[in-house]
Design a protein around this ligand. Structure first.
Ligand SMILES: [Zn+2]
Length: 246
């Protein structure tokens, strides 16, 4: 497994954007893209700290399972993370990721971050004064997270990665109550809340219905079911508990 640099992850994400017909500015509408890419996606409750599972069948069919207990912003990141596994993971093998973001998990996180929060788009939303004085305002942070539909922590990490925020600035933003601040600025709060439970995107057959109907079960069981869906041919089934970008 090759460990990607930030630049490589950005180049890969930029290329992916071009391939799905998006500019380097506009937000990714996850549900629209999942439909266009024909990826069967289900939103089901998973246990805490498990964000998603993806798998690919030999025939090329792709599936994603998203934890509907995580916030919508976090779900968006999970989908982008799973897209990396589905399209770029060089050595997909069944496993459950264990908390710490290393190896392909780290690559998937960097790709997800660059895909959802493109450098050009982010820069276009920051005032020149904010750049000159190295101080991004809360109003700008809110505008960006709402525009790109990501969690506050995903955005802050990306701003730090791009050299637009220092560690101590990130820390002071982390002390701010996310929902409270969004409410004060008049934003809709659904981004910061769980949701989509039971939602299914794409055509799904009889076998997939098993998964849909299975309710709240262990990740191990989900993996078994996903393997059934792909007739045991799943080339990569994994649960992501990617740390770092929560
Ligand atoms: Zn992963």
């Amino acid at each position: 497994m090759k460990r990607l640099t930030i630049l490589e992850a950005e180049t890969l994400a930029g290329k992916f954007r071009s391939e799905i017909g998006l500019s380097q500015y506009e937000p990714v509408n996850a549900k629209t893209q999942l439909r266009k890419l024909n990826i069967t996606t289900m939103y089901r409750p998973l246990s805490d700290n498990s964000y998603g599972i993806s798998c690919r069948s030999k025939s090329g069919k792709k599936f994603i399972l998203v934890n509907s207990n995580s916030t919508r912003g976090r779900q968006h990141f999970t989908i982008a993370h799973e897209l990396y596994h589905l399209f770029y993971d060089e050595n997909p093998s069944p496993h459950i990721c264990q908390g710490v973001a290393t190896g392909e998990e780290k690559n998937a996180n960097m790709f997800a971050s660059a895909l959802l929060l493109p450098r050009e788009g982010i820069l276009s939303m920051i005032d020149k004064d904010e750049i000159i004085h190295s101080k991004i305002k809360l109003a700008t942070v809110l505008r960006m997270e709402q525009m790109y539909q990501v969690s506050r922590s995903n955005l802050l990490l990306r701003l730090k990665e791009l050299g637009l925020m220092t560690e101590s600035q990130v820390k002071s933003f982390q002390a701010i109550q996310v929902k409270e601040s969004a409410r004060e600025y008049g934003y809709e709060l659904s981004l910061y809340e769980a949701g989509n439970e039971g939602l299914v995107i794409g055509d799904f057959g009889e076998k997939a219905r098993l998964l849909y109907e299975s309710g709240k079960i262990s990740e191990g069981h989900y993996i078994e079911l996903l393997n059934m869906i792909t007739d045991g041919q799943g080339r990569g089934v994994r649960a992501s508990r990617s740390g770092g970008h929560t």
